[in-house]
Write a protein that binds this ligand. Sequence first.
Ligand SMILES: Cc1ncc(COP(=O)(O)O)c(C=O)c1O
Length: 423
Amino acid sequence: MSDEGPSPLLPEPTPLQRHQRYDAWSPSLSIARLNAIHQETPFLVCDLDTIGRRYEELTGLLPGLAVFFAMKSNSAAPILRTIRSLGGSFEIASVAELRMAEAAGAAAADLLYSNPVKPPAHIAAAAAAGLTRFAFDSEAELRKLAEHAPGASVYARLRVADDTSLFPLSQKFGASVEAAGDLLLLARDLGLVPYGLTFHVGSQCTNAMAWERAVEQCAVVMRRLMRAGVRLEMLNLGGGLPARYTTPVPGVSLIAAVIGAALDRLPYRPPVLAAEPGRYLVAESGVLAATVIGIDDRRGDRWVYLDVGGYNGMMEAVQTGGRWHFPLLTSRPDHYRAASGTATVTGPSCDSSDTLFYGAALPTTLGLGDRVYIGTAGAYTSSYASSFNGFPPPTLLYVGAGPARLLPLPGGHRSDRSVAVAV
Ligand SMILES: Cc1ncc(COP(=O)(O)O)c(C=O)c1O
C-alpha cells in the first residue's frame, strides 16, 4: 500500500493495549467457528455480510454516493460480486483489474481508472473495452491519454495533505491546485473532456479534517475552472477511510459529517459524487488463520514462527516495521484464561524482514500446532501475497450470505483457490 514507508504518526500502543480490541471482529468468525474450519493454514476467511454492512453504512451517510471499490485491496471474485450486488462499481489500476471487474459483471463504462500513471498499452486496451474515465496528474499523462484514449473524460488527482494517514501517497502522486486547473484546461485543448477532480488523503487516514482540507482544495480548482467556462461532472473523494485494528479510529459517521459540511461549501455540486474505499469495505471482514510452526526463546525474547508472514499475506506488517498491530486471537481452549506474555511474531521464510509484530500479547501457553487468528485482515493481504520461499498464499474462504446466488457451492473449489464454507 505504501510508496513512502509508514507515517511517523504510527501509534505506539503499550503491550497490554495491543490486541485487546475486538470490536471489529465479526461474530461469525468466533474462535469456535474458526477452529471448526478444517482447512490447512494459512487461510483467509472473509465474512461477506460485514462488507454489506460497511457498504450500507457509508452510502447511508453520504446519500447519492457512487462507490468504486478499490479492488487492489482485495480482488477475489466473491468479494467483487458482493460489491457488485450491492450496487457498487470498481476503481482499477491496470488492465488485469479491468478484466477481473468485467468477470464480476461490471461494464468497462462503469469503471474508474484512477492510477494516475498508466502504461500506454493499458490505456488503449481500457479504451477499446469501453472505459471512458481516466485519472491523471501531469501533462505527460494527459498527452498519453489524448493519444491512446482520444475523447476520454479525465479527472485530475490533487496532491493533498496525507500526514495523518498510516500509508501516505502524495509524494508519488498528485498535482498542485494551480497545476490541476491548468491541466484540466489543457485537457480540453487536447480533445479530452475535463471531467472531474480526485485526491487520496492516504490509506488508513485517522483525521476527519483531512477530507475537509482536500475538498476545500477542490473548491479552489472548481472556482478557477468556472471562470474559464468549465463545470466539472465528478468529485471523487478517493480512498483512505480507516478500518479498526488495535487503536481507535474516527467512525465513518464523523468523517461523513465533515465531508458533507465541506461539500456544502463548494461553489456547485458536481452531479457525480464518488468514493474509492478499499480498506474500509473489506478489512474488517477478514481473519487470517496461521499455524505456529516454531517457538523459541532468543536472548530472553519469545519468538513465535507462523506459516504466514510478510510475503504470503501480511505485507503491511512488513511495511510498518512490525510496529503496527492487528487484533489477535488463538485456537487455544484457554485463550481467554491463560496468562498473556509478549512475543515477537514472525513468518516462515528465511528472511528476517518477514517479521509481523514486535511485543505482541499472546497466551503463554501457545505451542506448536496451535493456530493464531489475525483479525481485520481482509484488505491488502491476499492481494499482496506471493509464494516466496515456497510458502503459499492463503486459501480464500467465505462466510455470510453475501449475494447468495453468486456464491460457489458449499465445499466446491474454485479456480481462484476460494472455497465457500458454512460455519
Ligand atoms: C487511486 C486509489 N484509490 C483508492 C485506494 C484505496 O485506498 P484505501 O484502501 O485506503 O481506501 C487506493 C489505494 O492505494 C488508490 O491508490
